[in-house]
Design a protein around this ligand. Sequence first.
Ligand SMILES: [Mn+2]
Length: 509
Amino acid sequence: MDKVLSRYFTKQTQNSLQKELSSHKLASQEGVAAGESVLSPLTVNATPKESTTVAPQRSPAAKDAGPLVAAAAGLTTLVSHIDPRDSLMTPDSEQSKSPVRNASRTDIFRPEEDDASPPLPQQDAAGQGVSSEAPAFAGSPMGAHGTPFYSAPPSDGRFLGLIDFILMRGQHNSCDRSFECCTTAEQEKIKRYFSLRKIESLCDAVTPLLIAEPNILDIHIDESETLVVVGDIHGQFSDMFASVLCQQYSRELNPNREDRRFLFLGDLVDRGPHSLDVILLVFALKVEYPRLVYITRGNHEESKTSRVYGFLTEMESKLGSEGNAAWSKINSVFRQIPLCAAVQTPHMRFFATHGGLSPAIHDDINTIEELERQEYCGKLTGEQEDIVNGLLWSDPTTDTGLYKRNPRGCGVLFGPAASSTFCSRNGYNFICRAHQVVNDGFLWRHQDKVVTVFSAPNYCGINGNLGAVMVIEGTATKPAFVQYECFEDLMDDWKPPPTGNFPYSSCFM
Ligand SMILES: [Mn+2]
């Protein structure tokens, strides 16, 4: 365990993680021991416990099943090969119906000397460094490095440099590098972008965009578009960069090379080592491309949770004396994040949220639309609080038809009848949610009325699960899923490609 933790997490987070894993185990035991009759379905504890779902360890056979193929051209191709024989779970009838599409992705690294450009954006006379970024990077978050992340024009322009900086950290896999080991140029960028002033500027830019969005995002995908639905990331920036955002990098595969749209279902922060990179990148993409990037709130986008499960510690570690203020500022943005989404394509319509349902919704989405989401954990009525708790914390079950107490201590367990009734009354084909580790990265339940998507592979470095994203193409009649292994595990065998032979100019197409 120690070996896994030391490889996977920065030293600063290892101690807190060890503590958390211990309490995790306790929470799980308590959940099993607690009688259902102790609490009514809507009773919540003041201090909700975290997930009690822990997947079994990955078998050696399954780990070996993720081959790393070094192509002769020097381009490294990582293929997530999912063989049914390597399945970690006993196949059940629901799971076997899942439409599976194995992932194939192109490695997106480029050689280190690539770091010589782009030039640092120049600060203006007042030291604001804001307006001057736009011209240098306008329309090209990747700057001189290659194709822009999005071909669409940016809405603001001030945060293209930040996007470029964080993408470069992913590209060079440099997040784990200590500050002292970075080059002077890298150190300057870290000080510049991971500063309270920059974070406040970004938060002030993203907040009005989020406030303007309704509690239930109304997302329409037309025939030519593709929506990538992303479950929990939990600070696993390497996996988000290499296996989630590659859905956009590989857009040459899309019809008409359309930009792919993303819907993040929350739990971007906590637990993993790089919540700061993850949240700043998603916020910056939201500001610059508001129609291409959407976020719904998870139970970790909440100060009482992110204070305890790693994000605050990470912020204080990385920003020093500014860490607490920056963490507070980001948490003030969290309060404005929409609660769920209704996604409509020409061929399907589904409801998406982080956790799930609540009996307080009464199968009427008007109850969700009417509440003041920024007042969650404070001024909402008890009934409204239960609605948000359900959306952020609930889990599906087959132990009951409708609802029962959730051993997490917050939200509820909702059964097949609850899912079916909610979908039929509101015209949804299914519910997509995140919030639980599942071995294959996705799992259909409730006769295909509920799908769980979890995008953090080998969660916490110990779960051995695959990650997955749900890909909704405008022409498709059913969702597809791209699965992937943990990037850090694959990196154990990764060797940098020979300098000069690496065809990096095409890697971001
Ligand atoms: Mn969650």
